[in-house]
Design a protein around this ligand. Structure first.
Ligand code: RFL
Ligand code: PHB
Length: 403
């Protein structure tokens, strides 16, 4: 049998597929434990640093980023929020995170998290291969799994002790688990979110998740001068159908007459439509491959859980790998999938529940619509219901993966 010739070879302890927030954080946490890793990323560094996505960090995420050494700018520029609002047809109900569960969240864009992590990885000298193509995973059930890819015309083979699949929903890692060894659970929602980012002051100082007869809307922000808004739209709608003026008008109608006058409009810095999906892959481990973040699970953005779950997985995985390298303790790597998935399913439930509660579903009959309104009215009047939402929004606790 002919062996393929690889022009470049390397060895490392942990080979990381995907240099988004999960992959970068993992590399950084491992480096702090003297564990060497190499990141292989499909996109250029500029593309990764420019992506605009999440905005809300749980305290657990802030803590793990701080432990990773990237807490400084986050502490300075991140805005602490002690509550947010739910709204029905313009009527607002505060969810007082601090008063109800003694918690807070921090508004700090994923774009900034990624830039901070990238800078830390560069400073640590972590080897990163950007613009890599044809990434493939090999020998996952052996003690020496490997990655192959192409970069700048050269063919590479990297051998490692472990491979971390941090390559998002469409990456190759999950697909490298044989179909009969994984089970996938999925719900695709019949709508998307149309998002706009603009350099205008936010309409109020807390986020508003609004249900209206015209569909869902979210008022969020990045800073005192930069706003981020979303509205529910059809998943197949062309972006060209939403010139800025139409989007601003629709937002005002959905957020209602009390809030609309506070909305400052301005040209879009970015505008895009994201489909909504719930997805979980069981398992998150195959041999020496571990999945983390969006490669293993997707939530609709309604609960602001996607990035937080990704960072949570990486906290568990880095703890598990560190114990293995430090004193040969394999309990973390044995328990990783089970422990991570327990937290994932709870966040899936919360994101699905909030999505169902706040969006308009075309196939909903009149009873379904009334049930949604009744549920919202109940939440508005019940401290117990608000407490449950607050407890999930600030982030559920972590287990000890080594226990
Ligand atoms: P990412 O960010 O998708 O990064 C995966 C990386 O892998 C690379 N990759 C490959 N590399 C090598 N070879 C291949 N063949 C590869 N294929 C892919 C990709 O280029 C990429 O760099 O996954 P990661 O790191 O797990 O991070 C997950 C988060 O990005 C995601 O969960 C959040 O953005 C979700 N999300 C939100 N999460 C929150 O916690 N709070 C929020 O407020 C929030 N809002 C959102 C969101 C996601 C959104 N969109 C656009 C999906 C709002 C939106 C609109
Ligand atoms: C955002 O600001 O991008 C954002 C905030 C809250 C969410 C989703 C996205 O639930």
């Amino acid at each position: 049998m002919a062996t393929e010739a690889f022009e470049k070879r390397a060895k490392t302890q942990v080979a990381i597929v995907g240099g988004g927030p999960s992959g970068l954080l993992l590399a950084q946490l491992l480096w702090l434990q003297d564990i060497e890793s190499i990141i292989i990323e499909r996109q250029t560094a500029a593309h990764v640093e420019g992506r605009i996505r999440a905005g809300v960090l749980e305290q657990g995420s802030v803590d793990v980023l701080t432990r990773a050494g990237v807490g400084e700018r986050l502490a300075r520029e991140g805005a602490r929020h002690s509550g947010f609002y739910l709204a029905i047809n313009g009527k607002r109900c505060p969810i007082a995170l601090e008063a109800l569960v003694d918690g807070q969240v921090t508004v700090y864009g994923q774009t900034e998290v990624t830039k901070d992590l990238m800078a830390a990885c560069r400073a640590a000298g972590t080897e990163m291969h950007h613009a890599a193509s044809e990434v493939a995973l090999h020998d996952l059930e052996t003690a020496k799994p490997a990655l192959t890819f192409r970069q700048d015309g050269a063919r590479w083979r990297i051998e490692a002790d472990f491979i971390a699949g941090c390559d998002g929903f469409r990456g190759p890692s999950r697909q490298a688990i044989p179909a009969e060894r994984r089970r996938e659970f999925e719900r695709v929602y019949p709508f998307g979110w149309l998002g706009i980012l603009a350099d205008v002051p936010p309409c109020q100082d807390e986020l508003i998740y609004a249900h209206s007869d015209r569909g869902f809307a979210l008022a969020s922000m990045r800073s005192a001068k930069r706003s981020r808004y979303y509205i529910q739209c059809r998943a197949d709608e062309p972006l060209e159908d939403w010139p800025d003026d139409r989007l601003w008008e629709e937002l005002k109608r959905r957020l209602g007459p009390e809030i609309a006058p506070n909305i400052t409009t301005g040209p879009a810095l970015e505008k895009s439509i994201a489909p909504l999906r719930s997805f979980v892959c069981e398992t998150m481990r195959f041999g020496r491959l571990f999945l983390a973040g969006d490669s293993a699970h997707i939530v609709p953005p309604t609960g602001a859980k996607g990035l937080n779950l990704a960072l949570g997985d990486v906290h568990y995985l880095s703890t598990a790998l560190a114990a293995w390298y430090r004193d040969g303790n394999a309990s973390g790597i044995e328990r990783y999938a089970e422990v991570a998935l327990r937290r994932v399913w709870k966040a899936e439930r919360f994101s699905w529940m909030l999505t169902a509660l706040l969006h308009d579903f075309e196939d909903d009959d009149s009873f379904g619509k009334r049930m949604r309104l009744a549920e919202l009215e109940y939440i508005f009047s019940s401290k117990a219901a608000q407490t449950s939402i607050a407890e999930n929004y600030v982030g559920l606790p972590f287990e000890n993966v080594l226990a």
